[in-house]
Design a protein around this ligand. Structure first.
Ligand code: ATP
Ligand code: MG
Length: 448
């Protein structure tokens, strides 16, 4: 049997309901904030990622799926979306009509990492990018949007970590000081850090090797070296978040795994999936657009890890169900749906058929096919069955599918011009005539 490649997986129908509900909730939210969707290719020239993400990052050094195509061009499956969205902004000269563009995109990314829970080689991201705004208000607003998305999904206790990495003005001074510090710690640093430190000392701060982390506890931080512009910018971000009651922690170690960031960076961390991991991350990239041969324009954005987000939301829904099961005397439909999340819970609720038609006999099967198609077109979720099995076993199937109504349409009932429509909950029965039951069923079902 042929199976999926290691680190790749199917998202099965039992999960896509949840995924679609999350995607819809996110896109509605983005549109409430004036974002428009953009769809970008999943493959680009390797150079785009190498130049933007940075040659000495983990992603570019060892995680990209890169291969030559038949003509020898070097291509890469996108490991992230920002580079492609920036390329698109430049290529289509989007800034010429209005430098301010707010874009979102949802889709798969590819990184050849070690697969484990919450870490795949094909994974999915929800991305938002804003171009043309230098104001710190937009930095705060992106974090507010993440906060609001979590609320609309019914999640609480999100932990936003924020930091500022400074800019072209103040970073060089900081890097000099960091390099002096690193030189004094050389015997504790891993090979990777030693190799990268001269070219890109900031990367050492993102190293996950425990001995490096320990050695770098007292490393100088960008926050101690911000120029007045960066410092004012960061202060405004923090004060606006406070005023809007968005919880955050300043985390001077948060440098992120991509080179293009400047000023504000942020990550949303969660312990919901065991060890602490990031469910979203982002930041400002004011120099990137120019670096990719575009105009001098500001940029900022974030990426949400959809695989991890779906796991967290599934767990939250499970917890609610468990709580409800413990509290059995509560009437049905009164589970503790978190405030602001009712739209999401409506989207995620299981959709069972409105009607199941049970045909008994040759003639009945053909009519059941005709009627069910017409009802489907009339937006009534109708199922039927062509297996020719008995009434008893088809009633069982209707039960299993949790159909609200059953229509018993045997050859005999058709001849008698009296079909039985049964409400599966109340057990009430209605008769509908066999000439054109569709209209009668529509009326009956739409009435309730
Ligand atoms: P991590 O520190 O977990 O490796 P990252 O900093 O590399 O994350 P980003 O590039 O910031 O990740 O991507 C944003 C989000 O995408 C992450 O917060 C995470 O939720 C998700 N993500 C990243 N890599 C993977 C992966 N291999 N599998 C599943 N989700 C991922
Ligand atoms: Mg990573």
């Amino acid at each position: 049997m042929i199976q999926t490649i290691r680190g790749f997986r199917d998202i099965l129908p039992e999960d896509t309901v949840l995924w679609q509900a999350i995607e819809k909730t996110a896109s509605n939210l983005f549109e409430d904030f004036g974002f428009q969707e953009i769809r970008i290719p999943i493959m680009e020239k390797t150079e785009l990622f190498a130049r933007s993400i940075g040659e000495t990052t983990d992603i570019v050094e060892k995680e990209m799926y890169t291969f030559p195509d038949r003509k020898g061009d070097k291509l890469t499956l996108r490991p992230e979306a920002t580079a492609s969205v920036v390329r698109s902004y430049i290529q289509h000269n989007m800034g010429s009509s209005d430098p301010v563009q707010k874009l979102y995109t949802i889709g798969p990314m590819f990184r050849r990492e070690r697969p484990q829970k919450g870490r795949y080689r094909q994974f999915y991201q929800i991305n938002a990018e804003v171009f043309g705004i230098s104001s710190p208000y937009i930095d705060a607003q992106l974090i507010l949007i993440l906060n609001e998305l979590f609320k609309r999904l019914g999640l609480s206790e999100l932990d936003a970590h924020i930091n500022s990495l400074g800019c072209r003005e103040c970073r060089p001074d900081f890097q000099k000081e960091l390099l002096i510090f690193l030189n004094g710690k050389k015997e504790h640093l891993c090979e990777n850090c030693l190799r990268r430190m001269d070219k890109n000392p900031l990367r050492t701060l993102d190293c996950k090797v425990p001995s490096c982390r320990e050695a770098l506890v007292d490393a100088p931080s960008t926050l101690g070296h911000l120029c007045s512009g960066c410092s004012d910018h960061f202060e405004t971000v923090k004060s606006v978040l406070k005023e809007q009651s968005v919880d955050f922690t300043v985390d001077k170690t948060l440098v992120r795994g991509l080179d293009y960031y400047s000023r504000t960076t942020f990550e949303i961390l969660t312990t919901a999936l065991g060890a602490q991991s990031a469910v979203a991350g982002g930041g400002r990239y004011d120099a990137l657009i120019k670096e990719l041969d575009g105009p001098e324009t500001y940029g900022i954005g974030f990426a949400i890890g959809l695989d991890r987000l779906a796991d967290i939301v599934a767990q939250m829904i499970n917890d609610i169900k468990m709580k409800k099961a413990e509290n059995t005397d509560r009437p049905e439909g009164t589970e503790d749906i978190p405030k602001n999340a009712s739209d999401f819970f409506r989207l995620v609720s299981v959709k069972s058929p409105d009607l199941f038609i049970i045909p008994l006999g040759e003639k009945a099967a053909r009519l059941a096919y005709m009627w069910s198609s017409e009802l489907n077109i009339a937006r009534i979720r109708t199922e039927t069955d062509y297996s020719g099995r008995s009434l008893k076993s088809l009633m069982k199937r209707a039960d299993k599918l949790n159909a609200a109504y059953v229509l018993i349409a045997g050859d005999q009932e058709i001849e008698d011009n009296a079909l039985v429509l049964r409400d599966m909950k109340t057990k009430e029965q209605y008769f509908v005539t066999a000439e054109n039951p569709v209209e009668q069923i529509e009326t009956l079902l739409n009435r309730v």
